[in-house]
Design a protein around this ligand. Structure first.
Ligand code: SF4
Length: 247
């Protein structure tokens, strides 16, 4: 599998000059990866654009979500509207029930507020372990990461080798602005989470997300009680800074 990943990485690197928009990037990925790519959606603005492209272009990727059990009701609503709009079913991966039971018994139902360590333990059980299952056997993992979402994401690029998971991590929207994505979703009448209109720019679990102010960065409403440097859930903070694999 690792030989194929390096080969595809090289092919995409060769083509990067002509892959200037998300549609051509995702089509190129489909040509090289066929159905061996998984797109994880949390139904935010970026993810809705990617779902629209996958559905419109009939790309053979699996669309899945990591349902932590703590989503906003509005997120479940846009999930349903998305399935209806595109006549698709989005596969849900849930936390391992015994591990979740043990976590809640240990730290309480909202223990993530007590410390960064306890918050990360919750993210590990509700998101990271389900992600491992969702991407098992895949060559590529498609995400909605963008450079200008936060300082921690400013080095995000189109594709890299996630060496810990041995996956190609593909970010087709990496250089797009939020305004460009918003314009796309309006033009295409893509279903979006109603919380975006209420100031929630980045939407995760309900107890860990709040609206942001005009001068704050997009992800400042996530885990707002923590220091900026700690604010990732662990899905996107592994050995991605291996710049030799950036293209
Ligand atoms: S975002 Fe909050 S509720 Fe969701 S998995 Fe992480 S700590 Fe738990």
């Amino acid at each position: 599998m690792s030989i194929n990943i390096e080969k595809i990485l090289g092919l995409l690197k060769d083509e990067r000059e002509v892959l200037r928009d998300p549609v051509s990037r995702l089509i190129a990925l489909a040509e090289h990866c066929s159905s061996h790519a998984v797109f994880t959606t949390s139904f935010g603005l970026e993810d809705q654009m990617i779902t629209d492209i996958i559905a419109r272009e009939k790309l053979p990727f699996s669309i899945v979500t990591l349902d932590t059990g703590r989503f906003f009701p509005e997120t479940y609503d846009v999930w349903q509207r998305t399935e209806e709009r595109y006549a698709i079913r989005i596969k849900a991966y849930y936390p391992h029930s015994e591990r979740l039971t043990a976590l809640v018994a240990d730290q309480g139902i909202n223990g993530f507020y007590y410390s960064s360590q306890m918050r990360k333990a919750c993210c590990a059980i509700r998101k990271i372990e389900p992600l491992e299952r969702a991407t098992r056997g895949a060559l590529a993992w498609i995400t909605g990461l963008r450079r200008d979402q936060s300082k921690m994401r400013e080095t995000v690029t189109f594709v890299l080798h996630d060496t810990d998971r041995n996956l190609l991590k593909v970010n087709p929207l990496y250089d797009l602005t939020r305004d460009a994505i918003s314009a796309y979703t309006k033009k295409r009448d893509v279903p979006i989470n109603s919380l975006h209109q209420a100031g929630f720019l980045s939407i995760g679990c309900a107890p860990c997300t709040r609206p942001v102010q005009k001068d704050e960065d997009e992800r400042s409403g996530r885990w707002w009680w923590e220091k900026e440097s700690l604010k990732e859930c662990g899905l996107h903070t592994k050995r991605e800074k291996d710049s030799s694999h950036f293209i």
